[in-house]
Design a protein around this ligand. Structure first.
Ligand code: G3I
Length: 380
């Protein structure tokens, strides 16, 4: 063996050793090597909605990229409080413990909503709509529910979707909500905020934990009719001049912000509409949060579309434009949360067409970063 071949062998051995010692790069390479949470650390936290079973399949992505979590379903009334005196904290606790373990915060979703209620409708059973009896019973039930959730999660939840989707697209209060029906008016909205605020204040001081923020959360907030109605509701709660009275003897409540769900499409809403909504919310003295972001690629299609590389790039451009608006408004936006982590886990695979694949998120069905991810981190 010549000196030259010995040298070559040594070089190969050195290379093999170096490869063996190098940290595994495959995962970081496929999920993107720039953590969203780091890239956006000076702007806002970046969250994802998930469930424990979904998280298990994408935990490497969540660990690496997200510094905020929302329970996609597990804090909703039907899951967590399915019957009188029956609580099912397992899934919510699992996500809360994951968040606590990482020292990240959560968004509490959703205390009062007309959807995903208990299957047996126990809260309303036996009550007569729009009577003092119904109002009194529901106030007690509502307060117990809110007290219990705040008591359990106030240390890890920094903002709460106290009321979700209470305003209709046409601008009035939604009358098809059983909360509205049984209270006989929008009065239930006041009590939801009142009980949440009281419960949070009961935990202020002593623990050093800052008060969780109170949010109203809805879809299509960029539509001016709905937006104006939301702002009117906020003004009513804080009793701006010329607003309807609160329940007798009750003091005003200044809520903190409005959640824009942001279930958006490839061509709606345009960035002007988004900017206008952020400005209006800021103008009313509130924070905006982007609470449920996704961009459906399949909107308007009755079946699964072919998500070509061209479509992936159009979606990436769209995400880039939207995040550019978010960044330039970071003083007005408290957080940005995606409604899911990877395309295979999105609710849009079952809505509005059941079983149709959609491609709305930053990570694909194999849990690799999509062009949309690279578009979101592509700025200086
Ligand atoms: O858990 C049951 C399961 O036991 C049953 O076998 C199965 C059969 O359909 O249903 C399962 O429940 C589903 C649940 O998600 C959990 O997967 C419900 O059918 C389904 O309707 C429900 O969808 C959720 C939807 O809210 C309900 O309105 C979505 O996952 C969730 O992403 C979605 O989230 C909402 C936000 O909370 C509020 N804003 C709109 C957003 C999208 O609708």
């Amino acid at each position: 063996m010549t000196i030259r071949s010995l040298f070559r062998l040594g070089l190969i051995a050195l290379l093999l050793f170096a490869v063996g010692c190098a940290p595994p790069t495959t995962q970081v390479g496929t999920i993107g090597s720039t953590p969203l949470q780091d890239k956006y650390s000076t702007y806002f936290t970046i969250g994802a909605a998930t469930t424990p079973s979904k998280l298990a399949a994408v935990q490497n992505i969540v660990d690496f990229h997200f510094d905020r979590l929302t329970c996609e379903n597990d804090m909703k009334w039907g899951v967590i409080h399915p019957d009188a005196g029956t609580w099912n904290f397992t899934a919510a606790d699992a996500l809360a413990d994951y968040a606590r373990g990482r020292g990240i915060t959560m968004t509490g979703h959703a205390l009062i909503w007309h959807n995903q209620l208990p299957a047996n409708n126990w809260m309303f059973t036996g009550l007569t709509p729009d009577t003092d009896g119904a109002r009194s019973a529901l106030k007690t039930i509502m307060q117990t529910h809110i007290d219990t959730l705040v008591e359990r999660y106030y240390d890890v939840i920094d903002n709460w979707d106290v009321v979700n989707e209470a305003i209709s697209d046409g601008g009035g209060y939604r009358t098809d909500s059983p909360w509205y029906e049984y209270f006989g008016s929008e009065e239930y909205i006041y009590w939801a905020f009142r009980y949440t605020k009281d419960a949070l204040e009961a935990h202020a001081g002593g623990t050093g934990t800052s008060l969780g923020k109170l949010y109203y959360n809805d879809y299509s907030v960029v539509n001016s009719t709905k937006l104006n109605a939301i702002i009117d509701m906020v003004k009513w709660l804080r009793q701006d001049p010329s607003t309807p009275p609160l329940p007798a003897g009750q003091s005003p409540i200044a809520i903190d912000g409005v959640g824009l769900q942001a279930h958006w499409q490839m061509d709606w809403p345009n960035t002007t509409l988004i900017q206008n909504a952020i400005n209006a919310i800021d103008g009313a003295g509130l924070k905006a949060k982007i609470s449920e972001l996704d961009i459906s690629a399949s909107y308007g299609s009755s079946g699964t579309i072919n998500f070509t590389s061209e479509l992936a790039q159009i979606q990436a451009n769209r995400y880039a434009a939207i995040f550019s608006v978010f960044r330039s408004n970071n003083d007005k936006i408290s957080s940005v949360t995606f409604w899911g982590v990877s395309d295979d886990q999105s609710w849009l695979n079952n809505f509005p067409v059941s079983g149709r694949d959609d491609y709305p998120l930053l990570f694909d069905r194999s849990h690799n970063a999509k062009p949309a991810y690279y578009a979101v981190i592509d700025f200086n």
